[in-house]
Design a protein around this ligand. Sequence first.
Ligand code: PMP
Ligand code: GLU
Length: 407
Amino acid sequence: MIALSQRARGIQPSATLAMDARAKELVRSGVDVISFGAGEPDFPTPFPAKERAITAIRENFTHYTPSAGIPELRQAVAEKLQNENGVEYSPEQIVITAGAKHALYMLFQCLLDPGDQVLVPAPYWVSYVEQVRMAGGEPVIVPARAEDGFRPRPEDLEKAVTPRTRALILNSPNNPTGAVYPRDRLEQIAAFALRHGLLVVSDEIYEHLIFGQAEHVSIASLGPEIKAHTVIINGVSKTYAMTGWRIGYAAADDTALIKAMVNWQSHSTSNATSISQWAALAALTGDQSQLGSMRAEFLQRRDYMVQRLQRIPGVRCPMPEGAFYAFPDVSQLFGRRWPGQNAYPERVIHSSRDLAELLLEVGKVAVVPGEAFGEPRCLRLSYATSMENILKGLDRMEAVIKRLVDA
Ligand code: PMP
Ligand code: GLU
């Protein structure tokens, strides 16, 4: 056996991608599984983006690009940030990356020395903690409780700061909770970050998937001081249903930080895929009407899914304001005994992991256990799937949980 590096030995697989792969594998092998695991829109990529990619191939834009990204796309991102978020960046303050995930990865690599700490409000998206660790940093978890709308309390943030704290992760709209931070909470967080000289890593990838009265505000737009202490992370994956194209970006005032990320990229992926960059340019600058219909469809599905979940005994589900996930608390079901049916032997359900396994094995419904997001009382259900699947999946889930409760 080949000895793995210390770094590699510590890495946990992405629980979200693992659940998605497991569900897809079961479907391929003929099992009728309904997946609420997916973290990606189920809509097709908009037509102009697909067409632009085909043209890019025909016109031979199939070679290396500058490591920072093609100038046209950096310029388009600068205009998008100005027009949609009210923040001004020059193209030199923007790097195009192979997905927002890789932008975050490179950011932590360029920012953290061993032992540096990053505040991560929990529930958090799975990759933050692993990526901080992969950079030698230490994630410091700050609770963001359901009763507080899944936003961390100022006193909990204050308590978590040490001389080693370098940054705070802000993810609004949030994966997995769907929480959206209102302007006054962002102002509080900005004041906190400035007081302690922290960098705010603002992951805004779900900015357009927002419902009702909620409004997306980029923390960088609150003033020049906090803008200088913020790195915006975003991409086209969620807004334009382009997860497979792998295009994201980072924007920061500090050109030296962006330069370091470009250097890092020049030695790792070289550049984001040439064809995908042209497609992303078309998505950002073309007709935006698909976004409205996608949001309307998500809204309907959210309302249906959450109302159904709220009626299942032992399940408590707050109404999320953004993204495409429901995040119900199922802890009232822990300690219940599964009577042993459908070839799944008798056992006690102790955790959301146990419950997720029961739902998959007996109900043929895939969900992601909350442990992966630092909140073991909850399950994450994605409603980025058809209404028909949502209906069927919730019927199955309800039937399994009722049997568990009645047993
Ligand atoms: N941030 C969050 C909160 C996400 O849910 C995702 C989706 N995987 C990403 C970043 C990364 O997106 P991508 O790499 O596809 O741009
Ligand atoms: N962000 C999505 C999710 O949380 C996609 C999977 C991933 O990249 O982790 O499910």
